[in-house]
Structures are given as structure tokens and as C-alpha cells.
Write a protein that binds this ligand. Structure first.
Ligand code: HEM
Length: 349
């Protein structure tokens, strides 16, 4: 699903969404936005965002049952009950999306036929229909489970990272200017950013990498359970124990990073650009994890974050609402979000 060919084929959806966002922002020039039209709010996508955000919050909530499994059946904090409620809502929304996709595929896939059916949902429905051999149990339940993984793993993280990068850019106006200059040089002052420009935006890439270092989106990655007992340094890790890797702390290690608390994208330029990639080759920098559980969504996440940011900084000047200051505090959770959401004001250039 994340192959170059498939991502290329789904480019049209990303472009459509980014253009829609710009259309929306054009109506909010000079205002902090945030207030959504009630009709908009009731749309499926908005409901979906609320539920996914709640689901991610619940996943990261400290649960006494994790420490005393014998208490799990009592669900003392009501987390399991609340989670079941959210999952039912999300499943209902998936059902609507699946129905709509089945109808559109039956009708020939819409405007560009083949091309338009090449989104994730289209690929999964095709797999279901292909009957993956004797005894295959790949049905709607499995499709919904995969969608849950992909959407929960992909949407909140991507949105959170765009918000963190914009926060750092507003906090560092000279870096914002350099990014804008780079995008203008590559794209042209009067042209619109296309996804194909993204690979040429090296300074923006360094800004994104530095933001991932300072604000790793999954600060503890996903937990590991060693299948055999092992010894690391002086520590024995018993088989089956739950191991968390604290990437937040590794990304701040002064033995690895000079002045680790300073936002300095230059540390990711030139030779360091390849040394610190996203695919988990360097244990000092793992914003997407590493090994068998490395994030499978890296190619899509990289495209989306870069494309969206390049478009936002190229289309508008940005400021804060009157009298407000940037708040860089983090809110701990499975995804590390901002303590207070960023409210930024777009201005015409
Ligand atoms: C900026 C965006 C994203 C960030 C920072 C991010 C980060 C991560 C990290 C750190 C992990 C855990 C890796 C590990 O523990 O080794 C992970 C897992 C995962 N990510 Fe992402 N991710 C992003 C976007 C996406 C997207 C767009 C998708 C799907 C389209 C996705 C799907 C997943 C899935 C399914 C897993 C679980 C993999 C497994 O447990 O085997 N992610 N992600």
C-alpha cells in the first residue's frame, strides 16, 4: 500500500485535501479561526477526528490494570468501557466510508476510473474480493481492523507533527523566513506547491527532522516484549517483560546532541541529512521507531507533513492572535501533543 506506485496514484486525494484546506483558510484571513460552521462540524470527517483523538488519549491514559492485571476485569477507571464506546462509533463511521467506496467502485470508481480506486480502502476491498486462497478469512472485520491501525496510527501523528513544526516556526521567525525563501526559490513566488517539489526542500526537511527530535510524536514508541531473556549492559531483561524505549530522552542526550534543548535545524543538513534518516538506522534518532515494528507509514507521513507545511508557509504569512505567546509545553500521552493547541492567524503575503 505504501509503494511508490500506490502513493503516486493516490496523489490526487492529497492534493484535493490540501487545496480544500487552503480554500477554507482563505475565508479566515486575519482571524484566529477555530470556530467551525455547524454544518461543517457535523460532517463525518469532523466526527471522525474527534473520536480518533479520544481513542489516542485513552490509549495513553495510565491504567492501574496494566500494573495489577488481576484488577483488569473490574475496569476501575472505566477506561475499557469508554474505549468500547469510541470503537463502536469509529466502526459506524468506517461502515459509512466502506459503503460509499463500494458504491463508487461499482459505479466505475468515479472520474478517473482505475486511478481513483487506488486508495487504501480500494486496495483492501479488492483484496477481499480476490479471495486470498483456501480458508482465507479476510473480510470486512479485518478491513476495519487494518483501517483502525492505519488511521489511528497515521492521522493523529501527522496532524500533531504539522502543529509542532508550525509552533517552532512561529517561535523562530528567522527560521520561518529561511523556509519561506527556500520554498519560493524552488516553487516560484506565484506558483502553487506541488508534491513533486517536496524532495527539493532540504532546509524544510531539516526543520521537520529537528522538530521530530525535540518533540518525538511517540516518545516511548510501541512497547516491546522480548521473546527470550537477555542482558543489556548490566541489566537483565526477563522474557515477556514490557519494554519501553524512551526516545524523548535519547533525543535530548547531551552526549549525542550539542545543546540539545536548542532548536537548530542545521544539525540535520549536509552529511547529517542521510546519517539521521527516518527508517531507523541510527539508534540516536528514531522518531518512527526501528526494526520489525518500525512505522509502516513513513513514506506517506513524510510526503504529507512536507507538502502541507510547504503549502502553508508559501501561501500565507503567519502570526499569533493579539496578545498571545507561543506555548511549547508538551502533554504526555501515547502521542505527545501540545498542552495547548496552536492557534495561528494567516495573513495575505
Ligand atoms: C508524522 C507521522 C507519523 C509518525 C511520527 C509515526 C510514528 C510512528 C512510530 C514511532 C511508531 C512505532 C514504531 C516502533 O515502535 O518501532 C509507529 C507505528 C505505526 N505507524 Fe506510524 N507514524 C506516523 C504516520 C503514520 C502513517 C501515515 C501511518 C499509516 C498510513 C502509520 C501507521 C503506523 C502503524 C500501523 C504502526 C504500528 C506498526 C506495528 O506495530 O507494527 N503511521 N508510527
Amino acid at each position: 500500500m505504501m509503494s511508490n506506485t500506490n502513493l503516486q496514484a493516490s496523489n490526487v486525494f492529497r492534493t484535493e485535501e490540501v487545496r480544500k484546506l487552503i480554500g477554507n483558510l482563505d475565508t479566515q484571513i486575519g482571524s484566529p479561526g477555530g470556530e467551525m460552521d455547524p454544518m461543517e462540524r457535523s460532517r463525518l470527517g469532523d466526527r471522525f477526528r474527534v473520536h480518533i483523538s479520544k481513542l489516542v488519549d485513552l490509549l495513553g491514559k495510565p491504567n492501574v490494570s496494566d500494573f495489577f492485571p488481576v484488577l483488569a476485569r473490574f475496569d476501575l477507571q472505566g477506561i475499557a468501557k469508554e474505549m468500547r464506546g469510541v470503537v463502536v462509533e469509529v466502526e459506524r463511521i468506517f461502515d459509512c466510508f466502506i459503503d460509499a467506496k463500494v458504491k463508487s467502485m461499482a459505479a466505475g470508481g468515479g472520474m478517473e476510473g482505475e486511478e481513483r480506486s487506488k486508495d487504501f480502502m480500494g486496495i483492501l476491498l479488492e483484496l477481499k474480493d480476490k479471495q486470498l486462497g483456501e480458508g482465507s478469512t479476510f473480510g470486512l472485520t479485518q478491513i476495519k481492523a487494518i483501517l483502525m491501525d492505519i488511521v489511528a496510527g497515521g492521522s493523529n501523528t501527522t496532524a500533531t507533527m504539522v502543529e509542532w513544526v508550525m509552533t517552532e516556526l512561529l517561535h523562530n521567525p528567522s527560521i520561518m523566513q529561511k523556509v519561506q525563501q527556500e520554498v519560493t526559490n524552488v516553487v516560484g513566488a506565484n506558483n502553487v506547491v506541488e508534491e513533486s517539489h517536496v524532495s527539493k526542500l532540504h532546509y524544510l526537511e531539516a526543520v521537520v527532522k529537528e522538530t521530530f527530535r525535540l518533540h518525538p510524536p511517540l516518545p516511548l514508541l510501541v512497547p516491546r516484549y522480548p521473546s527470550e531473556s537477555c542482558t543489556i549492559g548490566e541489566h537483565t531483561i526477563p522474557k515477556g517483560s514490557r519494554v519501553f524505549l524512551n526516545m524523548w530522552s535519547i533525543h535530548m542526550d547531551p552526549h549525542v546532541w550539542e545543546n540539545p534543548l536548542i532548536f537548530r535545524p542545521e544539525r540535520f543538513l549536509n552529511d547529517n541529512s542521510e546519517k539521521f534518516d527516518f527508517i531507523g538506522n541510527n539508534v540516536e534518532y528514531l522518531p518512527f521507531g526501528s526494526g520489525r515494528r518500525v512505522c509502516p507509514g513513513i513514506p506517506l507521513a513524510e510526503k504529507m507533513v512536507m507538502y502541507l507545511l510547504a503549502t502553508l508557509v508559501h501561501t500565507y504569512e503567519w502570526g499569533l492572535p493579539e496578545g498571545q505567546k507561543i506555548d511549547l509545553s508538551e502533554k504526555f500521552g501515547i502521542v505527545m501533543r501540545k498542552e495547548t493547541p496552536l492557534i495561528a492567524v494567516p495573513y495575505h503575503k
